[in-house]
Ligand binder design. Structure first.
Ligand code: NAD
Length: 315
């Protein structure tokens, strides 16, 4: 029987440890970590993702602010808002809830976030560090969550064939980059895998999935990964969040992943949807916010120290 990679349970352990670290941090620094979510629009589904972030913040003792705008906000106005939060010393993490309305250029918006507060890891500085640095500052939360699963279940990827479906910065491209890294000196980032990426322009690739020891699917195409395409003993990491009509549910729909559940029987381990990667994304976001708060506190302390030293020198 395949092992269910229980993201929900793992995320509650991670949140417990963040809660404890946060209480210590607040006691020592007097600073409460503070996440700001910027959201344009009124989509019920997206609002449920924001709610999960808010609940997560409350659970671990963070401050949470939702800065919400209607879709007629202009790009320039939104950039001004982001700059405002970037400069506010009481804010430690800023995320822009995606997608944005079409009249707004997503890249311009993301690049307006101070990279030291970019807890989603999407600014070019943070993305670039993933390529070149042994210790990137912020890694996007879903790839981080996937790494947490591999670590917790002791899944070793060195020399393994990993197929990544999807190539967004948020998920596919980033996890593919991390897992294929040649420098494996940072134990919190796994490298050494033989990674192949597939995307919507990849042609008839499904037979190639038979080579994969691990499949990570982040496409938003329900049922894309099918039983007949898999080798026995594969590990399935399903990032997809899709909704199917289901009259037996109160909401009228049911959440499904990219992986057809019939595939599970071919695997040795799989992440369910819901309850797999999703909860870990939130837990890793909280970890990034705490990391950012500690970083800001250290910068503040070193400025103070430098000020005191300058005063002594001046005397
Ligand atoms: P995206 O739309 O930015 O990217 C989708 C990717 O899938 C693209 O690179 C596209 O080329 C690829 N794709 C489309 N059809 C394909 C096909 N037939 N075969 C292979 N690749 C194909 O989306 P995203 O932000 O990367 O999110 C992907 C999915 O993951 C969505 O369902 C999203 O809701 C979900 N998601 C889940 C979490 C989580 O916490 N579980 C977090 C982020 C995203």
């Amino acid at each position: 029987k395949p092992v269910v990679l229980n993201g929900k349970l793992l995320s509650s352990h991670i949140k417990e440890s963040i809660k404890k670290d946060t209480a210590d941090f607040i006691k020592n620094s007097g600073i409460t970590p503070h996440l700001v979510v910027i959201y344009v629009g009124d989509n019920k589904q997206i609002e449920s993702y924001i709610k999960a972030k808010k609940t997560g913040c409350e659970e671990v003792g963070f401050r949470f602010t939702l800065d919400r705008f209607s879709s007629d906000i202009t790009e320039a106005q939104l950039i001004k808002k982001i700059k405002y939060h970037s400069e506010d010393p009481s804010v430690h993490g800023i995320i822009v809830q995606l997608p944005l309305p079409e009249n707004i250029n997503r890249d311009n918006i993301i690049q307006a976030i101070d990279p030291k507060k970019d807890v989603d890891g999407l600014t070019s500085i943070n993305m670039g560090q993933i390529m070149v640095s042994k210790k990137p500052l912020f890694i996007p939360c879903t790839p981080l969550g996937i790494l947490e699963i591999f670590k917790a279940y002791n899944i070793k990827l060195e020399g393994k064939n990993v197929a990544v479906l999807g190539r967004s910065n948020l998920v596919g491209r980033t996890i593919a980059t991390l897992l294929s890294q040649k420098d494996m000196s940072n134990p919190s980032i796994m490298g050494g895998a033989n990674v192949t990426t597939f995307h919507k322009y990849s042609k008839s690739y499904h037979h190639l999935l038979k080579n994969a020891d691990v499949i990570i699917s982040a496409t938003g195409v329900p049922g894309l990964v099918k039983k007949e395409d898999l080798k026995k003993g594969v590990i399935l990491i399903d990032v997809g969040i899709n909704y199917k009509e289901d009259s037996s549910k109160k909401s009228g729909y049911r959440m499904v992943g990219d992986v057809d559940p019939e595939s599970y029987e071919k695997s040795i381990a799989y992440t369910p949807v819901p309850g797999g990667v999703g909860p870990l994304t939130v837990a890793c976001l909280l970890r990034n916010v705490l990391k950012s708060s500690i970083l800001h506190y250290r910068i503040q302390c070193s400025r103070l120290r430098a000020g005191v030293e300058n005063n002594i020198v001046d005397k």
